[in-house]
Design a protein around this ligand. Structure first.
Ligand SMILES: Cc1cc2nc3c(=O)[nH]c(=O)nc-3n(C[C@H](O)[C@H](O)[C@H](O)COP(=O)(O)OP(=O)(O)OC[C@H]3O[C@@H](n4cnc5c(N)ncnc54)[C@H](O)[C@@H]3O)c2cc1C
Length: 449
């Protein structure tokens, strides 16, 4: 068989741009790949996979660089980066959009908005739409329009069965439907290299947004009011709450309502009438302004961070709220926090086995996070996250695969619950030799792990 050549923009450790090219959004747990290939077209992706196979070279697939555990990087191997393939094309007649796998959410939202449309997706603009969609995709329109993956119509991937050359296939409800099922919640990097995704889009114009801030004294009352309100209210309203450290002294609830501000104000009464909010803001804005409002300002600047998370199926009792409070009273730094988003609505309408995303019955998804500036702060910061996770586990279930945590011992069940076995069968079908593997990749059914 003829030897394959790597094509595309190739970066190696001798190049000046190597440092930028190898660095992901997380500075801890760094990796040093031998080659990074920035694919420009599908042929480059095919060549990269064939080349890795022929040269027996470990490889990883990358797009938006936001994997919490740097699973899109590998020491001494090849990184197949699709971020320079990022065209977004909207078909307003059929209300669909074809998005190349390298597009980030910022680009996706902007191009869709220019066409009066959107998809429900995440909040931070530099996150890759592909990594987000393959793991589920939660955001400010989840309760109204479901997860990002619920709006997927088709995925195009480069796959390899380990024999012969890699090929491009489509997965949708009719073709490779088992793979399509797995691509909706099974997580990135497991089955093949996605080159483009086709979504159903929704018309959007003005929306209403809110922000309510309380101080530490209102911790228990504000959180309890939010959890009861946010998970039961009108499904046009999705909201989040950030429980910051005692030092930071802020509890911030925010959300987006697809409807008028007057109605939102009325709906929010259970929150605005709780405790003594120090700030209440409710306004109607063009949708794209809401997108910017929820975008986190950290952008592409890498920092040290540790994140983990879990799902909540029932309203937390007082005892659990006091656990969160006591951890937030004793944080390794001021920026450590707990963040939660309400689910239910359209997310819950789909059954847990209808797509690979399992935790359909959860009312809240939550993230525990710590960010720090110097490497020596790492140990304490990680310990805080892991101890909180373990102490709260009595009241929580699983973890969202898009917030992977390398310290979770039973990670396959934590990410996939009752869908694990079927995912392993799909893996055996499309990647029987486990070419696509990383520390928490789905093992094919015949593999021991
Ligand atoms: C600051 C921040 C904000 C976030 N906000 C949200 C949010 O609002 N909602 C939410 O649901 N999640 C959110 N996340 C989590 C995010 O969805 C995941 O980190 C996601 O995996 C990132 O995808 P990526 O393409 O940016 O990252 P990458 O690191 O490039 O990839 C992530 C995973 O996908 C795989 N992958 C990448 N490209 C491809 C491809 N072309 N084909 C197949 N597999 C591929 C990688 O191998 C890796 O396993 C956030 C994360 C961060 C760091």
């Amino acid at each position: 068989m003829e030897k394959t050549r790597l094509t595309g923009r190739i970066v190696t450790p001798d190049d000046a741009e190597y440092e930028q090219a190898r660095t992901n959004n997380t500075l801890n747990n760094p990796k040093f790949p031998k080659i990074i290939v920035f694919c420009q077209k599908k042929r480059d992706v095919l060549n990269a996979l064939n080349w890795a196979k022929e040269n027996n070279m470990p490889f990883r697939v990358r797009s938006g660089r936001h994997s919490f555990e740097n699973f899109s990087l590998v020491n001494g191997g090849l990184v197949i980066d699709v971020s320079e393939m990022n065209t977004v094309t909207v078909d307003c007649k059929n209300m669909t959009a074809k998005i190349q796998a390298g597009a980030n959410l910022g680009k996706v939202y902007n191009v869709l908005w220019e066409n009066g449309t959107t998809i429900p997706a995440g909040t931070e603009s530099s996150v890759g739409v592909v990594g987000l969609s393959l793991g589920g995709g939660i955001g400010m329109l989840s309760r109204l329009y479901g997860l990002t993956c619920d709006n997927l119509l088709e995925v195009e991937l480069v796959v390899s069965n380990g024999k012969g050359k890699a090929k491009i296939i489509k997965a949708n409800k009719k073709q490779n439907s088992d793979l399509f099922w797995a691509c909706r919640g099974g997580g990135g990097g497991n089955f093949g290299i996605v080159t483009s995704l086709k979504y159903k889009v929704h018309p959007i114009s003005n929306v209403s947004i809110f922000s309510i801030i309380w101080e530490w004294n209102d911790f228990e009352a504000a959180f309890d009011a939010w959890q009861k309100f946010a998970t039961n209210t009108d499904s046009r309203l999705t909201s989040e709450i950030e429980l910051r450290s005692k030092q930071a002294n802020q509890i911030i609830a925010q959300g987006e309502f697809v409807g008028p501000a007057a109605k939102l104000r009325e709906l929010l009464r259970p929150l605005t009438e709780t405790g003594t909010p120090i700030n209440v803001e409710i306004k109607e804005v063009p949708y794209i302004e809401a997108v910017h409002f929820f975008d986190e300002p950290i952008g592409n600047i890498p920092t040290y961070k540790k994140r983990s998370g879990s799902f909540i199926n029932e309203i937390l009792p007082k005892r659990a709220i006091l656990i969160m409070k006591s951890f937030l009273e004793n944080t390794p730094n001021e920026t450590t926090a707990i963040w939660q988003q309400s689910l239910g609505g359209e997310v819950k309408r789909i059954k847990p086995d209808e797509t690979a995303y399992y935790y359909r019955d959860a009312i809240i998804v939550q993230e525990y996070y710590s960010r720090w500036k110097r490497p020596e702060e790492e140990e304490n910061s990680i310990r805080w996250v892991e101890e909180l996770r373990s102490t709260l586990s009595k009241y929580t279930t699983g973890d969202y695969v898009n917030w992977p945590d390398r310290f979770i011992r039973n990670w396959p069940t934590a990410y996939y619950g009752g869908n694990l076995q079927r995912l392993r069968i799909v893996k055996r079908e499309y990647d029987p030799y486990n070419l696509f593997n990383f520390p928490q990749s789905i093992p094919p059914l015949n593999f021991w792990f």
